[in-house]
Design a protein around this ligand. Structure first.
Ligand SMILES: [Zn+2]
Length: 257
């Protein structure tokens, strides 16, 4: 006998009408409630489903987790927030891809829900997983989904943004080497703009306020402040690079090179 854990889902098994259901998560008031015997704060989310309102709770981190979205050809496109991934699963626009014992298994929403409930029943739940609890069901946040209607290939150009520059530089000032919160960091033109320095991946680095002021309108050589790393354009999204190294998102390595 096979268990649902070893079965990939089949569209024909979907409950009638599930494809037309709409789900949207709206963040509500944080409350304290224990979930899976943990004592972390739990937020309440209202869910609109076929015009009715249901309440979903989850640890504050669960719905903020990221899910790697693949296109139809199993190529990684981007990381999406868990609530968006659930919305697409619910609408039948995506399926869960689960890496189990080296094999890729696929599940639609109904099958993933069934597997989630089975795993709770047999106590097969790991600490690094994220779970969301609704009024009458509990479901695991998937790590990878495949978009069933998406044939586009990813644009490998990494967005040039303040956040991505800080992530590339690992939130470290590139002059003194100290690590800071992002709001305590600034962007520094290595070759100052007044000297024709460009605003580009190769000429912008993270700098703490103290170093930025000290360097002023000078080049690193003039200020005698050496860069810790040569600034380069990242080959892949720093968000992905940052997360893929954690145990939580380790399975992304199967899809992101
Ligand atoms: Zn510094």
């Amino acid at each position: 006998m096979t268990t649902p854990l070893n079965q990939s889902s089949r569209r024909k098994n979907l409950p009638t009408g599930i494809l037309s259901r709409k789900i949207s998560f709206v963040q509500g008031t944080p409350v304290r409630r224990s979930l899976r015997e943990s004592h972390e704060p739990v937020r309440v989310y209202s869910v609109e489903w076929e015009g009715r309102c249901r309440i979903v709770t989850g640890p504050s981190v669960a719905l903020q987790a990221n899910v790697l979205a693949l296109n139809r050809a199993y190529v990684a496109i981007q990381a999406v927030p868990a609530r968006r991934a659930f919305a697409m699963l619910w609408k039948g626009m995506a399926e869960v891809i689960s890496v189990e014992n080296g094999s890729y298994l696929t599940y639609d929403f109904a099958a993933w829900l069934e597997v989630s409930e089975l795993r709770i029943e047999i106590g097969e739940v790991d600490d690094h997983e994220d779970w969301v609890r609704a009024v009458n069901f509990t479901i695991q946040v998937p790590r990878v989904i495949r978009l069933l209607t998406n044939d586009r290939f990813p644009n490998n150009l990494v967005k040039f943004s303040r956040r991505n520059i800080f992530l590339r530089d690992e939130n470290c000032c590139q002059y003194c080497g100290s690590r800071f919160n992002q709001h305590d960091l600034s962007l520094d033109h290595v070759v100052p703009r007044s000297r024709g320095g460009e605003t580009s991946w190769e000429n912008i680095v993270a700098a703490c306020l103290k170093c930025n002021v000290r360097k002023g309108g000078r080049t690193p050589q003039e200020a005698r402040m050496n860069l810790r790393n040569e600034p380069v354009r990242p080959k892949r999204s720093p968000v992905l690079s940052h997360q893929i190294d954690s145990q939580k998102y380790a399975c992304w390595k199967n899809f992101v090179r």
